[in-house]
Design a protein around this ligand. Structure first.
Ligand code: SF4
Length: 338
């Protein structure tokens, strides 16, 4: 564990513990340092959101936890513990056994997540291969789950193929498949991005209801702050491969302390009060992760940067209980001594 590990320390063991995780991608142009010193906990039955711009590393983190990252990815430091088991150092067969059983995932695009040449029935029975029971029992469970996610006439629709369902229905089927195995941890990677606003609200409510019913933990990746506020208990804000702030949803949304979190919230269309033709953006671009220079990763876009930000990487300063931010200003303000 690193010196400035900002994750909350509670007596109950979290379902997922990520500690000081560094991940590089090997590319022809050099090594891309895609994740750096990422630490995050997901407690039992807790929903943790990961937010940030495109390129912040949130999906890379989700795929790394699932062990689905690309061949050119290499974890260079840190640990990922799932129910106390070290995912990065367990035999690949044992890790595969966890997938679709104790851990499951909902992908961003329901059009490509389902196999187009197999019926929904076959896919929903296949996903239960870890579970005991006859085919008819597994079929009955699939029908029940399709009914719970709001697919009308599930008995008959089960024999359909993915192309016979709308995008929203397909995402409901993906949710049904992911939760059919009653996982301890569900990872949802931007599950509403491909859907329109009305469907997004429906899917978020559905996920919330089913999470409560099943009692699983959820790692919810999204760039939609409203969805995160609606669904999550805690939030981690990522920027250019680092978690720059994390805390309870109410703390992050009502008392953001990192300049990047504040800028991100100011760009949320739901917070714009005046009529405007141009949506606000954060000036500048996410820096190249090929060669990380010393100092704060956000300094080129930060309105509050000062000389120290060029020289030192900020540690995680506690703001309140279980609320941390990586910004030198917090030390200067003496909010809580680090
Ligand atoms: Fe801005 Fe400096 Fe804080 Fe980084 S450490 S967010 S550059 S003030």
């Amino acid at each position: 564990m690193r010196r400035d590990d900002p994750t909350p320390h509670t007596s109950a063991r979290p379902v997922l513990e990520i500690r000081g995780l560094d991940l590089d991608f090997g590319t022809p142009r050099g090594r891309v340092h895609a994740l750096r010193n990422v630490s995050l906990n997901v407690a039992a039955a807790q929903v943790v959101g990961i937010v940030g711009e495109s390129g912040s590393g949130k999906s890379t983190l989700a795929y790394t936890v699932m062990g689905l990252h690309h061949e050119n990815a290499e974890v260079t430091a840190g640990n990922i513990l799932f129910e106390g088991q070290d995912l990065l150092n367990m035999p690949s067969q044992a890790r595969r056994r966890l997938l679709g059983d104790r851990m499951s995932m909902i992908f961003q695009d329901p059009m490509t997540a389902l196999n187009p040449v197999r019926t929904i029935e076959n896919q929903m029975i296949d996903i239960q291969h870890h579970k005991k029971g006859s085919r008819s029992e597994k079929r009955a469970r699939a029908v029940d789950m399709l009914h719970r996610v709001g697919i009308p006439d599930p008995q008959n629709r089960l024999s359909g193929y993915p192309h016979q369902f709308s995008g929203g229905m397909r995402q409901r089927i993906c949710i049904a498949m992911a939760l059919l195995v009653k996982p301890a941890l569900l990872i949802a990677d931007e599950p509403t991005t491909a859907l329109d606003a009305t469907l997004e609200v429906q899917i978020i409510h559905l996920l919330k209801d089913l999470q409560k019913e099943i009692g699983c933990s959820v790692l919810f990746v999204s760039h939609h702050l409203g969805a995160v506020a609606e669904l999550c208990d805690r939030v981690a804000v990522m920027y250019a491969g680092e978690v720059v702030e994390q805390g309870a949803v109410r703390d992050i949304f009502h008392n953001p302390r990192h300049p990047y979190t504040r800028a991100l919230l100011e760009c949320d269309p739901a917070r714009i009060r005046k009529r405007t033709r141009t949506l606000p953006t954060i000036p500048g671009e996410v820096p190249s992760l090929l060669a990380i220079k010393k100092g704060c990763i956000f300094r080129q876009r930060c309105l509050h940067a000062f000389s120290r930000c060029e020289q030192q990487i900020p540690v995680a300063y506690p703001v309140e209980r279980e609320h941390f931010a990586r910004c030198h200003l917090l030390e200067a303000e003496h909010v809580v001594s680090a």
